[in-house]
Ligand binder design. Sequence first.
Ligand SMILES: O=C(O)c1ccccc1N[C@@H]1O[C@H](COP(=O)(O)O)[C@@H](O)[C@H]1O
Length: 212
Amino acid sequence: MTKMAIKICGLSDRAGVDAALAAGATHVGLVFFPKSPRNVSVEQAAALAAHVAGRAKVVGLFVNPAGDFLTHACNVVALDVIQLHGTESNKQAEQIRSRHGLETWKAIGIRESLNQANIYARAVDRVLYDAKPPEDHDLRGGTGLRIDWSLLAGRRHPLPWILAGGLDATNVAEAIRITGADFVDVSSGVESGRGIKDAAKIAQFCRAARES
Ligand SMILES: O=C(O)c1ccccc1N[C@@H]1O[C@H](COP(=O)(O)O)[C@@H](O)[C@H]1O
């Protein structure tokens, strides 16, 4: 049986990190995006990553990061993965991966087609399928919007992939069943308020994903 990989994204304090680790999350996500209610400073992120201390992979989420900022974050924070959640092209993503020598993921906002994933096939290590927010939406993700899971059913993917977008403890098992995902990512679905992680919801989510 494949082990389910689970990323809890948007953690901003030790309590949230501890809840994710206790629930068996394989990846924890730190958001570097000032518009997000989950944004952390480089210093906060460094302390949280040190606290994780190898018990899970640490993912840094960036949205069209300036080169200097990304370099600074990668130098200061013990990141395992760079997640690009903006409009980074395949060329930019490939440059970022080779410059920083870290596993790199590209989020693809999908409504009706997954074809964009092909563009990133040689540029990154994984794609993350997320719901495409409306054009006038301030955030690029973490919106709680769901994608149409049937788009992923029985699909051959050009590279390893992650399912995200509007997942929570009540729907993750069905999402996995329909899409065949072996890696899921959640942010707002394990919160009790905007940006406030809820330990019970994190535990329920991880249990539901693993038992699916
Ligand atoms: O979490 C955020 O605040 C965020 C901000 C900007 C880009 C992406 C963000 N989060 C990512 O969005 C998806 C889906 O989140 P949700 O579960 O629907 O709330 C997930 O990959 C988060 O990592």
